[in-house]
Design a protein around this ligand. Structure first.
Ligand code: C2E
Ligand code: SIN
Ligand code: SIN
Ligand code: FE
Ligand code: FE
Length: 406
């Protein structure tokens, strides 16, 4: 466990993290980097970020070396907790006042406070929260994007100690930078969701939960698969970040499909289905001049997310469309990228277990049976295996991004 840093080292650490923050794009990857940076700055064991959405604080990311240090399932990051912005919780109090709050010992809070420490959370997890530094993530005096809570500063021998004056100053400074980058990432995700809503979900009931789920499923399935392959964690982080966004865009080609087909509350005719198949090549054509890794990955996923492992999927050679510089042909096995193979499974899993204009949700058992049966036929067996290995995480994601009641 490293000891405390001197000032120059800390400033360098801030700059390094800011540099990382400028390269990654998706909110989750940003929050991960922000927490890692903040914790390293003050040598803290744990931390949580709540983001402010719809005037509520949403638990959005968490680190805890003691509890999750060796757990790579990532289930804990999809916890769905919300706190109101009021003075009953520390996070709520900080969002309400816009001022940092420092607690030396969660079990000896000041007499006159209105908030309390949620002892039950400690009891359930077996974790002992001692020192808590809670700071607003604000981009300006008026605008708070969320709250960051850093827990248990550790001394040289790993004991929880109070946060020093210095710690508080550095974390505040860091939080201002972080807030700006978080806001930018939220705008990127919002932009993605908005384009998807325009493209695919010309349906006021549809909230984008489907694409949020598919993005998260893909990121976590990839995370598991890539670790099994022995891919370096740096490489995994980078690809996972791109995949989350690129897989959200898998169906953008539906922008060109008429409502009569897209919203048909019944089975498509043969001809309608042939038209529908164009959403793959049309989607890929939207990224025809890739200027980034994200464009290139998005194009390939849009094109190949309906390919099958056995080679009987589409595009099958009949969906050529203007703007494509290559021929869209049927692919088999690992001729398509791992990203398309993962998106294929995540998309079908989500379609089967959700309501669609043309179908009711399937019971879970039936969905599971289909995925198992299709291993080696529709789907890459390694992807199916990764999916089942992280099934608890898959369920947590479904809980976090539930469809809005209609
Ligand atoms: P989607 O609703 O996102 O479905 C994605 C994929 O999930 C489908 O790709 C299919 O592989 C799988 N899937 C969805 N529902 C079922 C089902 O009831 N049984 C089985 N065995 N698999 C299912 P697919 O078939 O290439 O369809 C692509 C898109 O075409 C669908 O995206 C949906 O937007 C549209 N579509 C397909 N069939 C129908 C239909 O009968 N009626 C309407 N209105 N749209 C359909
Ligand atoms: C809060 O912000 O009040 C929740 C965390 C805790 O109780 O320690
Ligand atoms: C989709 O999410 O792929 C289509 C949703 C729908 O039209 O019900
Ligand atoms: Fe599709
Ligand atoms: Fe889809």
């Amino acid at each position: 466990m490293p000891g405390k840093y001197d000032t120059r080292e800390r400033l360098e650490a801030i700059l390094r993290t800011t540099d990382i923050l400028c390269r990654v794009k998706d909110v989750d990857a940003i929050l991960d980097a922000v927490l890692a940076g903040a914790r390293a700055l003050v040598n803290a064991d744990a931390g949580t970020i709540y983001l402010l959405e719809d005037e509520q604080l949403h638990f959005s990311f968490t680190h805890n070396d003691t509890l999750f240090g060796n757990d790579d399932s990532n289930k804990h990051i999809y916890t769905s907790i919300t706190l109101p912005v009021d003075d009953k919780s520390m996070a709520g109090y900080v969002a309400l006042t816009g001022k940092p709050l420092v607690i030396d010992d969660a079990y000896h809070l000041p007499e006159d406070r209105s908030y309390f420490h949620n002892v039950r959370l400690d009891q359930e997890s077996g974790y002992k929260t001692t020192s808590i530094l809670t700071v607003p993530l604000s981009t300006s005096r008026e605008k708070i994007v969320g709250v960051m809570q850093i827990i248990n500063a550790l001394d040289q021998s790993g004991n929880a100690v109070p946060f020093s004056q210095d710690d508080q100053q550095f974390i505040n400074y860091f939080a201002n930078h972080a807030a700006v980058v978080i806001e930018r990432a939220q705008m990127t995700r919002e932009l993605v969701l908005r384009s998807i809503r325009m493209a695919e979900m010309r349906d006021p009931m549809e909230t984008g939960s489907h694409v949020n789920r598919v993005g998260a499923f893909c990121a976590e399935i990839y995370n598991h698969w890539a670790r099994e392959q022995g891919i370096s964690s740096e490489e995994i982080k980078k690809n996972k970040d791109l995949l989350r966004i690129a897989s959200m865009l898998h169906d953008v080609g539906k922008v060109a499909i008429s409502d009569a087909i897209l919203k048909k509350p019944a089975k498509l005719s043969r001809e309608e289905y042939e038209t529908m198949k164009f959403h793959t090549t049309l989607g890929a054509a939207l990224f025809r001049n890739p200027t980034s890794d994200l464009d290139a990955m998005s194009a390939e996923i849009a094109l190949n997310h309906h390919q099958r492992w056995d080679g009987k999927g589409y595009p099958d050679g009949n969906q050529d469309c203007p703007g494509l510089t290559f021929k869209a042909v049927p692919l088999k096995g690992d001729q398509m990228s791992i990203y398309a193979r993962i998106t294929a499974l995540a998309d079908v899993y989500d379609a089967l277990s959700s309501h669609r204009a043309y179908k009711d949700p399937w019971p879970t058992e039936r969905v599971m049976d289909l995925l198992r049966e299709e291993s080696g036929h529709a789907f890459d067996p390694e992807v199916v295996e990764s999916f089942f290995s992280i099934y608890e995480t898959i369920e947590a994601i479904r809980e976090k991004y539930k469809d809005r009641e209609t």
